[in-house]
Ligand binder design. Structure first.
Ligand code: NOJ
Length: 947
């Protein structure tokens, strides 16, 4: 049950207070309660046509004869897409979100076989079945009467639409005169249509009126995942990773999960309430099958989830040899407006699903190298002297940092793109002095504009007519940080273009190339608006009401800003923009964070499931405010938070203006050392993190991976949300409980792992006890992995770019290991022309560690020139059973030993070799440390170990 917190529940709607949600839930209840209920939607016979991978046809609602058109696209890569709209709507329904959310429109596949159309099933009802996919392993069956669709993979049912008959498409209509002299309250249960219900044509919430000139226009559909006991995704919620039931269950919620980007003050944990971002993507997983759907709609959306044990599809015999009944998950999707546009990704592995989903919505943009290191933020660093002192504090305490952040108080009266002249008299000088140490500055640029004609951004945008409008045509006005404000209409391409141009260095006074951007409050947050956001009936570009575009608004702020940064220099550099609101496709533009969390252990714990949900939904570059935004963490919580944050993709400390200062050195010893070690460990591992990000940018594999993604056949992993992998080599279990000094970590099978800090082997399967004293947290290197590190920690990541590397090799039970190393210039797009290195590292049972190149698509001479002297300075091999007699290293092309014939220097049984300051006894002798093999990272080389 939701925790009691300070969130103002009454500020936000429940399903019951949102009329379209209430109507559709009531519709579902009627359908479920009536044994004779049959969905009224039918395929119009003779309308069905299959051509070029597209099955199209018409649907009729047999109750009111309203006509709809459907298109079922069979796409490449085991993807399918269903689109349904009214055949002749009174006016167009919103269908533009695809232009913002999708990276590309995939062509229909020609890889399908037609079965004779219109065969009869055993009830002599018509159905249309088509096999598709490379091996024709996928099948879609469209049942005509009533309309329902099933997707099967290798003849097993995977996804079913309208199985429970909740499909409901409210057609646009003309308002009838109120029947009872203006009394709009009518009996919902007697109404089969939305026509007369209270809330259909006007709605009030907390004294705010939604005028609803278009009346009811919601869409809803039930989507079942037969045989799948777990579904994941649909962020953003402070909820469990494996999603809970929302109706009728003892453990679960009473309201559906809600997707509606909102600024929720002091949000509660374990709650399906909407938060800052929305991704209507849901993934289902069971042994041997993964699938997902994307409900492409940017209006307010609610999702009910229930589970059942049933055998409707004969799954018990197909999955469990008749020995047990599988659990199935049934979901009900309800959106306020728009058309129905649903993608189905048929997997069958989790990696396939991520690749398929990314092929449509885009993969994580490869970030600037600095941006995956450590960020120091606070609301607010008050002036230039404060920034200088914080900057120096990191140096004196030997803690690296790449970015210092300025929150809203740095501006001149909350007018973004300006500086408070008294506090920040010389912003360029400030940025230049940071850049000497390789450090950057981020400033906050929010989308609300102070309505002050002396403010050039407001004045220009007003004159250009690119602000969001009231119904009467005036610029919309609401309240935010600067007081009375207006908002740019980012749905207008000209407005996005104009916004982007404001980041040009000759426009944004005081900015240098060393300045990056933070877009906050872009849900948008409107203090005076309904549910702290924009009224739904205000008007955007092309006369669309806000209700249609609400959830994509923040993405458009983010994308326009990112585009602006990309274009501000003659040679484009990768932008870094942090956004609070997000939507499908945000991963193409930058990072997000989980907003205003609290300095509480429970919030530290919640960061893992939240980031895992966001990660599998496409956005890998995400983090939570380290230390917690509201409140003052005690030092134990702060240390644990740093240790956790160092192993989450976006790593930034941040705190509210009313909190006590908490820069890492303010607590004295031994605490500073503990925080320092955590941050330095992040820097040591940057080559690994960057390599994992590169993989995410090409394959869609999340940077932090849930256990089920790594072990899809192990049912025990399906609910695990408190431990995860970074890439596929590091298993992390954050300590999120006060006073805890040991914990259990779940190992899926009898692989070997090594304690990352002590190199001690950890064996077994199931729940294994591991030590976690405050100096240390459970990080295990998976046997069979090779990961790149850098041992020399400097003031910033930029200063470490040419440092030599250390390779950490943990061999598996077969005496083997593999890994990779990706490097490029870390800031430009030259990698897109092949200017990078990508090394394939293998350690074979023949005792050779070999580096070869993965195929490079292009010319990498420039980058190679820039790193020509970067070498491997150390190799640590864990898990060998005996001490070598000699070790040789050579570049393969010359067959030429780099070192002398006597071989390389090495030690056996070294302690504390990672130099993290952790002073644990290494009880494992079997650690080989090879000193300075001098092989160059860009060349092919071999290190041969002779026993
Ligand atoms: C709300 C953001 O979530 C928070 O991080 C920021 O510090 C404040 N706005 C002030 O800008």
């Amino acid at each position: 049950m939701p925790q009691v917190g300070t969130v103002k529940q009454q500020d936000f709607k429940t399903c019951d207070q949102s009329s379209f949600c209430r109507r559709n839930r009531a519709y579902a209840d009627r359908a479920s309660a009536d044994p004779n209920f049959v969905s009224p939607y039918m395929v119009k016979e003779d309308s069905v046509l299959l051509k070029d991978g597209l099955l199209s046809g018409e649907l009729i609602n047999s109750q009111n004869q309203h006509l709809f058109v459907f298109e079922l696209h069979l796409l490449e890569n085991s993807i399918s897409r269903l689109r349904i709209n009214e055949k002749s709507p009174l006016k167009p329904r919103y269908d533009e979100v695809k232009n913002f959310a999708l990276a590309r429109e995939l062509p229909n596949t020609l890889n399908y076989t037609e079965r004779p159309i219109n065969t009869k099933d055993h009830d002599s009802l018509t159905k249309t079945s088509i096999y598709f996919g490379n091996k024709k392993q996928n099948m879609v069956v469209v049942h005509h009467s009533p309309f329902r669709i099933e997707f099967l993979v290798n003849d097993l049912p995977i996804v079913a639409f309208n199985d429970r008959g909740f499909f409901n498409f409210e057609h646009l209509r003309i308002k009838k005169q109120a029947k009872d002299n203006g009394d709009q309250t009518s009996d919902e249960s007697s109404s089969e249509d939305a026509e007369d219900e209270y809330g259909s044509w006007e709605e009030n919430f907390n004294g705010k009126r939604d005028s609803k000139p278009n009346g009811p226009e919601s869409i809803a559909l039930d989507i079942s995942f037969p045989g799948f006991g777990h579904v994941y995704g649909i962020p953003e919620h402070a909820s469990s990773f494996s999603l809970k039931e929302t109706r009728g269950a003892e453990v679960g919620y009473s309201d559906p999960y809600r997707l509606y980007n909102l600024d929720v003050f002091e949000y509660e944990l374990d709650n399906p309430m909407a938060l800052y971002g929305s991704i209507p993507f849901m993934m289902a997983h069971r042994k041997s099958a993964s699938a997902a759907i994307l409900w492409l709609n940017s209006a307010e959306t609610w999702i009910d989830i229930v589970k059942s044990k049933e055998d409707k599809h004969g799954l018990s015999s197909l999955l469990y040899f008749g020995k047990k009944l599988p659990t199935s998950t049934h979901t009900h999707w309800i959106s306020e407006s728009g058309i129905m546009d649903i993608f189905v990704f048929l997997g069958p592995t989790p990696a396939d699903v991520f690749r398929q989903y990314g092929s449509v919505t885009g993969y994580t943009a490869l970030p600037q190298y600095f941006s995956i290191s450590y960020h120091q933020c606070r609301w607010n660093y008050i002036d230039q002297q404060d920034i200088d002192e914080v900057d120096l504090g990191f140096d004196t305490n030997e803690i690296p940092v790449d970015v210092l952040w300025l929150d809203i108080e740095h501006t001149d009266g909350k007018k973004y793109f300006t500086w408070d002249p008294a506090k920040f008299p010389d912003p360029k000088k400030m940025q230049n002095s940071l850049s000497v140490k390789g450090r950057k500055l981020v400033t906050i640029i929010d989308p609300h504009l102070k309505r002050d004609d002396g403010y050039y951004i407001y004045k220009e945008s007003k004159e250009l007519g690119i602000l969001v409008k009231e119904l009467n045509g005036n610029d919309f006005e609401g309240w935010c940080w600067p007081g009375s404000s207006s908002w740019i209409d980012y749905t207008n391409p000209a407005a996005r273009e104009w916004w982007g141009s404001q980041f040009k260095l000759d426009k944004y006074q005081g900015a240098t190339e060393n300045l990056f951007v933070w877009n906050d409050m872009n849900e948008p947050s409107v203090f005076s608006g309904p549910e702290i956001t924009m009224p739904k009936d205000i008007i955007h570009h092309n006369a669309w009401e806000h209700r249609n575009v609400h959830n994509v608004f923040g993405l458009l702020v983010h994308s326009a800003t990112a585009q602006g940064l990309r274009n501000r220099t003659p040679i484009s550099k990768r932008p870094f923009v942090l956004s609070r609101a997000f939507y499908v496709g945000t991963q193409r533009y930058g990072a997000i964070w989980t907003g205003d969390n609290m300095a509480k252990w429970s919030h530290l714990a919640a960061s893992s499931p939240m980031l895992l949900s966001i990660g599998i939904s496409g956005i890998s570059f995400a983090g939570a405010d380290v230390g917690g935004f509201f409140g003052d963490p005690d030092i134990e919580l702060l240390v644990r938070w740093y240790q956790t944050g160092a192993f989450q993709p976006f790593f930034r400390a941040h705190s509210h203006i009313d909190t006590k200062r908490r820069e890492p050195w303010l607590f004295g010893e031994p605490h500073t050392t503990r925080i320092r070690n955590a941050i330095r460990e992040r820097y040591a591992l940057l080559p690994y993190w960057y390599t994992v990000f590169q993989e995410a940018s090409e394959t869609g594999m999340p940077v932090i991976r849930p256990m089920f993604v790594v072990f899809p056949e192990d049912e025990e992993t399906f609910e695990i949300e408190d431990q995860y992998f970074v890439g596929d080599s590091l298993l992390v279990k954050p300590i999120v409980t006060e006073g805890q000094t040991s914990t259990e970590i779940y190992l899926s099978n009898n692989e070997i792992y090594y304690d990352y800090f002590t190199f001690d082997p950890v064996r077994g399967s199931g729940r294994i006890k591991v030590d976690a004293p405050i100096e240390k947290f459970p990080v295990l290197l998976r046997g069979g992995s090779i990961i790149p590190r850098r041992q020399r920690i400097r003031q910033s990541s930029a200063l470490m770019r040419l440092d030599p590397l250390t390779l950490l090799v943990g061999i598996d039970q077969n005496g083997e290991a593999k890994g990779s190393l990706y490097m490029d210039d870390g800031e430009t797009y030259n990698y897109q022309n092949g200017d990078y290195i990508h090394r394939n590292l293998t350690y074979s049972s023949y005792s050779k560690l070999i580096s070869t190149s993965f195929p490079i698509s292009g010319d990498n001479t420039n980058f190679v020139k820039s790193i020509k002297d970067v070498r491997v300075e150390r190799v640590i091999i864990i898990g060998l059973s005996k001490k070598p007699t000699k070790i040789l290293a050579y570049h393969n092309d010359e067959n030429n030993e780099v070192n002398n014939n006597q071989g390389l220097t090495f030690t056996w049984g070294q302690k504390d070799v990672l130099g993290t300051g952790v002073t644990f006894t290494n009880t494992n002798d079997q650690v080989l440390v090879i000193k300075d093999p001098k092989v160059l990272v860009w060349r092919d080389w071999t290190i041969e170990i002779v026993f």
